[in-house]
Design a binder for this molecule. Structure first.
Ligand code: AMP
Length: 397
């Protein structure tokens, strides 16, 4: 069976690495030359809406999936008319527009930050009355890795952000969260579902730096609450594949921030520390195989390699450090790989994680898991406070 993947970055690469042992073949549609998937299957080089390329994918693939949300919905609908596409074009469309996504959450009774659409400075007074200040102004489409958004603390800052970010925005209440979590689950073609343990995520400058899984201090009730909300989204969208929902834990409850209808950076730990990885379960789901058990085998830290390459021989010599590099040319702010740190207990994992972190150039301070944070919250994440314009290079989180 051949899986066509829209996108040829690291997520597509890890899908193929997980799917090939299951006898699945892969075909990728990717505009860039020499992508991370170059050695893993045929790469159809062209834009996502090129009809010739889409015809080639439709002719050669038995099923199509995608590795990021920014693929044109029209192209995906066109493919779906000829070949099964999972997750569905409806799931993709919901995740492509923050307003549609918020509406979906609200319809399903999933708590979110208060929000209001903003199409220009004229809408701001009403929007800020709904959200209060501080607020976060975000582009409705194609924001990623914290780009296309700004935290605003006054009506003047809000007006400046609207001018900088352009029309078609959304304003959200600023959530003073205790921590960021994500829930990842997979839905099979046969209706079966599995959910991974909640993951705790730490961002800096809008980029995920580190994840801890299973997230510390998660009650059975909190895990169940996350699974219920992800399950509601799956139900509504007739979902097949891996779904990630990014969450804020605030005042003991969960608010949904956004969803990703695909494998997700916060699930990379599953490669080395779960019964089956998110990549394997996504391939299983979209190709009609039974889902595999997701349980964590022990505590893990997932550390992203961003911008600069570490000294590989030194990194690879650290016991408990599982290195995954994506074959990408280093560039500031670019995700080049990740390291999953495993160990017999959380303390050992943190010790190894600290050693690994020191080997990652420019990594700064390792954000500790929430349990070990100072009570005054001094190590809380910093938010992007100035508007960051949408960058044309597509995101890969
Ligand atoms: P997003 O692109 O929506 O995933 O936002 C990127 C990051 O910005 C999130 O992971 C949070 O750290 C932060 N953020 C986004 N929205 C809010 C919000 N409404 N309140 C507080 N922080 C936010």
């Amino acid at each position: 069976m051949t899986v066509g993947v829209l996108g040829g970055g690291q997520l597509a690469r890890m899908l193929a690495l997980a799917g090939r042992p299951l006898g699945r073949r892969f075909l990728f549609l990717e505009p860039a030359s020499n992508p991370p998937v170059a050695s893993l299957g045929e790469v159809v080089r062209g834009s996502y809406d090129d009809p010739v390329c889409l015809n080639r994918i439709a002719a050669a693939a038995d099923v199509v999936t995608f590795e990021f949300e920014a693929v044109p919905a029209k192209a995906v609908r066109r493919l779906a008319a000829e070949v099964p596409v999972h997750p569905s074009p409806a799931a993709l469309a919901a995740a492509q527009d923050r307003r549609a996504e918020k509406r979906l959450f609200q319809e399903l009774g999933i708590p979110t930050a208060r929000s209001c659409p903003v199409d220009g400075v004229g809408d701001l007074a009403a929007a800020l009355a709904a959200t209060g200040l501080p607020a976060v102004v975000k582009t409705r489409r194609f924001g990623y890795d914290g780009k296309g958004q700004a935290v605003v603390r006054s009506p003047e800052e809000a007006a400046a952000a609207v001018k900088a970010l352009g029309p078609r925005l959304i304003a959200e209440s600023f959530v003073d969260f205790e921590r960021e979590l994500s829930v990842l689950g997979a839905a099979g073609l046969d209706g079966s579902r599995v959910f991974y343990p909640l993951t705790e995520n730490h961002h800096r400058d809008g980029l995920l730096r580190a994840s801890y899984a299973p997230a510390p201090d998660v009650s059975a009730g909190l895990q169940a609450e996350a699974e219920v909300l992800a399950g509601k989204i799956m139900d509504r969208l007739g979902y097949v594949g891996v779904l990630a929902v990014e969450l804020f834990q605030s005042g003991g409850r969960l608010l949904a921030n956004e969803m990703a209808p695909r494998v997700h950076n916060s699930g990379h730990w599953t490669i080395d520390a779960a019964g089956a990885s998110q990549f394997e379960n996504h391939v299983r789901a979209v190709t009609g195989l039974a889902l595999a058990p997701p349980a964590a085998r022990g505590p893990t830290a997932m550390l992203n390699v961003i911008g600069e390459m570490p000294d590989l021989p030194v990194l690879a010599a650290v016991p408990g450090a599982h290195v995954h590099l994506y074959d990408k040319t280093p560039r500031p702010g670019r995700k080049l790989g990740h390291v999953n740190v495993t160990g017999p207990d959380a303390e050992a994992v943190m010790e190894t994680a600290a050693s690994v972190w020191r080997l990652l150039p420019g990594a700064g301070i390792l954000p500790p898991p929430s349990k070990s944070k100072p009570a005054d919250g001094a190590s809380r994440r910093t938010l992007v406070s100035r508007p960051v314009a949408f960058a044309p290079e597509l995101g890969d989180d």
